[in-house]
Ligand binder design. Sequence first.
Ligand SMILES: [Zn+2]
Length: 461
Amino acid sequence: MSDCLIQHATVVLTGLSDEQARLPKGQCDVRVRQGKIAAIGALTAEPGEVVYDATDRVLAPGWVNTHHHLFQSLLKGLPAGLNARLADWLAAVPVRHRRAFDHEALFRLAVRLGLSELLLSGCTTVADHQYHHYPDMPFDPTAVVFDEANKLGMRMVVCRGLATQVRQIDATPSPQIAPEPLDLFFRRVSEDAARFNDVAPDAMRRVVVAPTTPNWSVKPQELRDIARFARSLSLRMHSHLSETADYGRHTAEVHGCTPLAFVERHEWVGPDVWFAHLVWMDETEQRLLVQSGTGMAHCPQCNARLGSGTAPVVELLRLGGKVSLGVDGAASNEAADMLSEVHMAFLMHRLRHGPQALSTDQVVRMATAGGAEVLGLPGIGSIEIGQAADLASYRLDSAAALGLHDPGSAPVLCGRALHTDTVWVAGNPVVRGGDIPGLDRIRLAAHAREAVQYIVQTVGG
Ligand SMILES: [Zn+2]
């Protein structure tokens, strides 16, 4: 762990709400000891202390991305799915191309690409929803993702996916989209939990139980069994829900209720559960979500890219709901970085509700402390004494920030055009001067180009 003093930041965003959202002017120095924030205020360097000069920088908590599919980092902008809605896009892009990812090297490359892109945007914690497991998989994707995150020094939450049944859209049979029996899933997740899951409030590794969708991936009785299994191991639960209106139609036809009522019936609501998307919810569902303490991973860029709709984020925040931000996979959001995502979240809800719908500080909270709350990691996500020193500084001399009257609004208003300077995870500087030390980006780019060629040749574009 690196001890240091981060001094003279122009503004510090805390990740907290309202009047606590920014540190008072002149009280913006942050001391890091043993990976945690040890002091905040107007601080003087101690003898021999490493000092990081944050002059003309905005300092914020590292972003917490609560929904992603890292394997999609090599499936950006596939023409076959570029103008398709969710179901057709799923068939044409991630499901069809899963067979290319039965090589560990390709999967590992995709994970590295996705994580490095996120890290360079100031993201320090990632929840990766893995839905590509099949019974005879020749490598362990969970171990690969934890290994790659460890190399970059990032916190990683693996949401272990599951499909015990194959959807109609999986038109071309292949071993890579074969269903996984529930007992095999339970055995493997138990092993993963014993090997990787850390219960600390600022854990570097977490394992989550995450069937791909409650509607189509498992049978209703299995859904309840999965919830009981997860809770028996004190693991959190995650899935996709109500991304499109199809979820509501399907649940009404098959189960005679709304999607939220369906998951509640099968013990899939509570403070240990969060769902990605939740674009389509009526008011009763919104109240149920909030009252049960169930979280949301809001994915505005993916929802816009696939034309899925605008999630009721403003409504949920007014009810006191738990809203976090996720970039979702790069195959449905080619800007799979958190600066782009906060920018889009800010714009999308103002488009619908007007300019008072959401402030920049509310978006920062959603993407930091809001994410930590949803993931059950209370030791990260905010700049407060005792919290993990997961921090990101951004350059206010970036072209996009010049002329800006409120420097604290820069990460949200400037988006990806804001240059990241330094990123720390548990006090370790994992990005320096806008670069990841030890990562050969030229080599990575060459490998990415080769991989795209391979995917086109073996599966198609
Ligand atoms: Zn997703």
